[in-house]
Design a protein around this ligand. Structure first.
Ligand SMILES: C[S@@+](CC[C@H](N)C(=O)[O-])C[C@H]1O[C@@H](n2cnc3c(N)ncnc32)[C@H](O)[C@@H]1O
Length: 259
């Protein structure tokens, strides 16, 4: 039986059955601590560049707006998308499929590890709206809710701003699921809501604590094709990154507003 929200049906002539669907993966075996240590134990230049792009985008889009409802989809163990939305968010919902990551996030929010200080410094440096937040860890904990959920089940039109970092292309090998995840993320926002989404370029998948997870190899043209029908002011920035692992060709960050 297919899980709710998974691509439906058995393989047809034009679908390669060797492809890995999102619902084929045991996401609850995702090792949160290993992923955190490898990726967020310290701030890397690629994440620092993404932070600049995304914080500038939200600042330019939301300066003077009332606080809204924010969503980060497929949060994993990454707190910096929530940090980047914090000055503009009355609430931040972290939607994540893996039980392990939900548990990790819930604990982490009560006492974030020291490396998040480096990320907050990069987020807030030179930006008045962020610097108004004196105790970011406390504000983050107060405003954030962790929800175990599925990108393919997101309801449309609920959120005022949103992020999705390394998710649509990193949860499946299937192009149709990549496109659908990108569409449903943007669709979860209200018309006009600003968003930011980061992607691995040409990824062949990734290991977390020795377990392989799938990816769909995408280019900037694929990201544009996936987002452009639902977004305006779409801008895609290439981010240099080559030392994280083998099997990828850098990172990309897309910003825009929901149509
Ligand atoms: C490559 S990780 C990215 C995590 C995090 N956003 C980051 O920036 O590091 C992909 C994340 O998507 C989550 N995920 C996988 N399938 C999902 C689904 N259907 N809905 C929501 N999240 C999902 C995984 O559990 C994992 O945390």
């Amino acid at each position: 039986m297919n899980e709710p929200g998974s691509e439906s049906g058995s393989a047809s002539a034009d679908i390669d059955v060797s492809l890995v669907r999102n619902s084929d993966v045991d996401w609850d075996s995702f090792d949160s601590d290993a992923y955190f240590s490898y990726n967020y134990g310290e701030l890397r230049p690629d994440d620092a560049q993404i932070i600049q792009v995304v914080a500038n985008h939200f600042q330019a889009s939301l300066r003077g707006s009332a606080l809204g409802q924010a969503i980060d989809v497929g949060a994993g163990v990454n707190l910096y998308p929530a940090m980047v939305m914090l000055p503009y968010a009355a609430s931040v919902t972290l939607v994540e499929r893996a039980f392990t990551n939900c548990d990790w996030l819930t604990t982490e929010l009560k006492g974030p590890r020291p490396s998040w200080g480096q990320f907050w410094k990069a987020v807030s440096s030179g930006r008045a709206a962020y610097q108004l937040i004196q105790k970011p860890a406390d504000v983050l904990q107060d405003r954030t809710t962790v929800v175990r959920g599925n990108i393919f089940d997101l309801k449309p039109g609920l959120y005022d701003l949103g992020t999705m970092f390394f998710v649509a292309e990193s949860i499946t090998t299937r192009t149709d699921e990549f496109r659908r995840a990108a569409r449903l993320f943007v669709n979860s926002l209200k018309p006009g809501a600003p968003f930011a989404a980061a992607f691995m370029r040409d990824s062949s998948g990734y290991f977390v604590a020795g377990k392989h997870f799938p990816a769909c190899s995408v280019s900037d043209a694929d990201v544009e094709r996936a987002l452009a029908p639902f977004a305006r002011n779409l801008n895609i920035v290439m981010v240099e990154s080559n030392d994280l692992r083998d099997g990828y060709g850098g990172m990309m960050v897309a910003t825009g507003r929901k149509k």
